[in-house]
Design a protein around this ligand. Structure first.
Ligand code: ADP
Ligand code: 5GP
Length: 198
């Protein structure tokens, strides 16, 4: 019986806690890899090239699109973001689980190509709490926060198109739910290539 790697796609409004919850999952399930995206957004304080993102100029990013090096890409809040193809392909080829933390436009592109992926939407308990979290993170300028809050309501309207919705009320319960989803999805009969114990 061979288990295939899981392609786990996580979306949700900026500030909902996707990064926080994914980090807890990866600390508990170290076999899960993180797909490092490329972006034209400038690095925030503390962000490290190749760990949080591959930081690109617009020209470099457009060259990656032209060379078909991205599984998906989208313009989010005025910057390009995209998922490099090769690391994802390599993880799936070798049976490893991989998380893509990407926006809704990107998630729908990936779903077209990989319907067998697992699509999880992380929602904040309320828009007020979302604002508190974005402001509390203290990484974005006022006009950037306003753009992200404006986009959030539209993003929440799309949550029903995902396989699972996790309301991130506390980090601990949200991480437990994500872990439960991974555990259950790995037991899906359709992911286990053969089951012949006798
Ligand atoms: P995202 O990756 O969705 O943009 P982050 O993981 O950066 O969001 O979280 C945004 C902010 O909210 C961070 O400061 C984080 O510590 C905080 N946060 C995340 N989850 C929770 C939670 N359940 N309760 C309170 N604060 C949270
Ligand atoms: P941030 O600037 O806060 O890191 O990310 C902004 C938004 O871009 C988030 O919704 C995040 O999920 C999304 N994002 C990050 N990487 C990618 C990617 O590779 N592709 C797409 N489509 N969206 C991404």
């Amino acid at each position: 019986m061979t288990a295939q790697g899981l392609l786990l796609v996580i979306s949700g409004p900026s500030g909902a806690g996707k990064g926080t919850v994914c980090r807890v999952l990866m600390s508990r399930q170290p076999q899960v890899r993180y797909s490092v995206s490329a972006t034209t957004r400038p690095p925030r304080t503390g962000e490290v090239e190749g760990v949080h993102y591959y930081f690109k100029t617009q020209e470099q990013f457009e060259a990656m699109i032209a060379q078909d090096k991205l599984i998906e890409w989208a313009k989010v809040y005025d910057n390009y973001y995209g998922t490099p193809k090769e690391p994802v392909m390599e993880a799936l080829r070798s049976g490893r689980d991989i998380i893509l933390e990407i926006d809704i436009q990107g998630a729908f592109q990936v779903k077209e190509k990989y319907p067998e992926g697992v699509y999880v939407f992380i929602a904040p308990p309320s828009l007020e709490e979302l604002r508190r979290r974005i402001e509390g993170r203290a990484t974005d300028a006022t006009e950037v926060i306003a753009k992200r809050m404006k986009a959030a309501a539209g993003e929440l309207d799309q949550a029903g198109k995902y396989d699972y919705i996790i309301v991130n009320d506390t980090v601990e319960t949200a991480a437990l739910k994500l872990e439960a989803i991974v555990t259950a999805e790995k037991c899906r009969a359709s992911r286990l290539s053969s089951l012949k114990p006798y």
